[in-house]
Ligand binder design. Structure first.
Ligand SMILES: [Zn+2]
Length: 607
């Protein structure tokens, strides 16, 4: 359970005082529209109970017509149309006279007669939890600023200042943004501003120095659910291993922000100078590995995707999708680097790593779409990931999954081609030196190939044609042989209920896919049916686990809502299907050379 701020009479008193404070703030601002070119925002936590945020935006003196735009996406590669949460928008001039606000489309507004500056105000509902969201409630505020702050289109590249008001008593603000002496925080431009998450509430804070930089650790969770010393210890190791591996530290300050909720959670969001991570408290209690894993991934993103960045993601188009073929590298190979960071720091042991690797191979090989969708196409299709039907194993692969594996085999290919003089580490360092440090973006997969060929002094066109742009089966053993490993495939008979369920955004469960010719199909189950009950139990969170717990021969009874609107009971016997299980094992007669290469590979270093 999360801590809640009691809504006592005292708090209600504070709430009443807020309304008065809003008017006072607005009145004062009319006199202070700045004549210099900074856009300034004041975010008022107007009503935590109703999740209402009010934003006052001061546009400096400038053009008569101004365009404001609330991003349709940021952080997640999904169009989420943040404008759906805007209740109203209004504008005034310096003298307090109303200015015309004209909606141009679903996410853009035009302010007229703003040559003398303007005060724009709008109200927005912030009720989406998690590191990609914007949430204000009686417990805290977490803000993905792109969800809350309109982009002043003409002034996007100019300086920005953001302040917070009506902060409940006892709450504090944590953000990687630089604070300004007059109060509030500043950013050089809109992109930097919205790349900075904000936590406002009662949180636990710790800090440490490592690799010459200062790190803040912010945790908003039940005190009994985590051990701050243990988290600090993990972070020290991750930071030391990552900066050492990259031989670089492109920042002086960095902030880790964690939430450990008991409800549904999981996920992290990378930023150039921070990360926001949400991890289920029960998952955290069971093992330190998930925290180390997600933290290593998000931390490495400060290079890969934030600084080593594909050209196709720049400039960010806040009005529509930025299509990129490079997410297999920007996301997947970030996971490969995260593996190496954990291996180097002792947070992941060799055997666990090999088990995880085999399980990633299982996932890829188990999806029929690995023969029809390339990892570049999967990157382009990231924007479809919110749709259940896109997630079907026949339709899509994951650029995280195949990208991480491609990072592993690209590492092995570069080692082989360079006679162990280069590795994935040199590929990343080359890209850091030749793109990031030069202020250049890279040309998607071609840019990765350029780097891999430069450090290995060899032609790797075949690799990119077959496995990145193409859908050829990856000959795992050809890659793993050099480090003395081989892939063993076993075929097991496993229970199969005959259908694949998917959980919808409203929590309901529906049938996403059906095995052709299965008992489920013969019993009358159809794709799109809503599953109301399984064996007499209402479909709750554990549904997928309950389904996995069934054995061949068990009777399954589903209460379903079909497309004709009827509720029907269907019953059949659970069948079986053949499932391949992969395992990585040492080669028989493994040589000393292979062992030496294995040791270097596990450290992420060329020999
Ligand atoms: Zn990522």
């Amino acid at each position: 359970m999360r801590r809640r701020i009691a809504t006592s009479g005292r708090v209600r008193q504070i709430l009443r005082e807020r309304s008065a404070a809003v008017s006072a703030v607005l009145f004062l601002c009319f006199a202070f529209i700045p004549s210099y070119a900074a856009t300034s925002y004041t975010i008022s936590l107007a009503s935590p109970e109703r999740h209402l945020i009010e934003v006052q935006m001061l546009l400096p003196v400038g053009a008569a017509q101004r365009e404001l735009q609330l991003p349709v996406w940021n952080a997640l590669y999904q169009v989420r149309d943040f404008a759906q949460c805007v209740n109203w928008v209004r504008a005034k001039d310096a003298a307090g006279r109303s200015l015309t606000v004209r909606a141009l489309d679903k996410s853009r507004w035009q302010i007229a007669d703003a040559q003398g500056g303007a005060v724009v105000e709008y109200q927005i509902v912030a009720d989406s939890p998690g590191p990609f969201g914007a949430e204000l409630n009686s417990h805290h505020a977490f803000l993905n600023l792109a969800q809350v702050l309109m982009n002043p289109v003409d002034a996007r590249n100019g300086p920005m200042v953001v302040r917070f008001s009506l902060i409940p008593e006892g709450w504090h603000v944590a953000t990687p943004l630089a604070s300004v002496p007059e109060g509030g925080f500043s950013a050089d431009d809109y992109d930097r501003l919205v790349d900075s998450p904000v936590e406002i509430g009662v949180f636990h804070e710790s800090d440490f120095d490592e690799a010459g930089a200062h790190f803040r650790v912010i945790v908003d969770a039940e005190p009994g659910d985590y051990d701050m010393n243990q988290i600090d210890d993990t972070l020290h190791k991750v930071v030391a291993a990552a900066t050492g591996w990259m031989n670089d530290r492109p920042f002086d300050r960095y902030m880790f922000l964690y939430h450990f909720p008991h409800g549904p959670s999981g996920g992290g969001m990378e930023h150039a100078y921070s990360t926001a991570i949400s991890l289920n408290a029960d998952v955290l209690a069971k093992s330190p590995e998930p925290l180390a894993s997600v933290t290593s991934h998000e931390f490495f993103h400060l290079w890969n995707v934030k600084r080593i960045r594909p050209q196709t993601l720049e400039p960010v188009d806040y009005t529509k999708e930025n299509y990129t073929r490079a997410l297999w590298f920007s996301e997947g190979c970030t996971s490969t680097a995260a593996d190496i960071i954990q291996l180097r720091s002792g947070l992941l042991e060799e055997r666990r790593f090999e088990l995880q690797l085999a399980s990633e191979i299982n996932e890829l090989e188990g999806r029929p779409a690995h023969l029809t969708q390339s990892v570049e196409e999967s990157s382009l299709d990231a924007w479809l990931e919110g749709h259940a039907s896109y997630q079907r194993a026949e339709r899509s692969i994951s650029y995280y999954n195949k990208g991480e594996l491609l990072g592993i085999v690209l590492d092995l290919a570069v080692r082989d081609a360079s006679h162990d003089h280069a590795s994935l580490r040199e590929v990343f360092q080359w890209m850091n030196q030749n793109y990031a440090k030069q202020g250049k973006f890279f040309a998607d997969s071609e840019g990765v190939r350029e780097a891999a060929e430069a450090v290995s002094h060899s032609d790797l066109k075949w690799f990119f044609e077959k496995y990145v742009a193409g859908t050829e089966e990856i000959p795992w053993d050809d890659f793993f042989r050099n480090v003395g490993l081989r892939l063993i495939q076993q075929t097991n008979k496993v229970a199969d209920a005959g259908f694949v369920p998917s959980r919808n955004s409203d929590g309901s469960v529906s049938v996403a896919a059906l095995t052709a010719g299965s008992s489920a199909e013969r019993a009358g189950l159809r794709v799109g049916d809503t599953v109301l009950e399984i064996n007499g139990n209402a479909t709750k969170r554990e549904f997928v686990r309950d389904l996995a717990g069934l054995h061949a021969g068990d009777t399954i009874t589903l209460e379903i809502g079909n497309r004709a609107g009827a509720e029907v009971e269907l019953k059949w016997k659970v069948g079986t299907r053949a499932e391949s299980v992969y395992e990585l094992k040492d080669l028989e007669n493994i040589t000393a050379d292979q062992r030496t290469r294995r040791a270097a590979w596990l450290k992420g270093e060329a020999e």
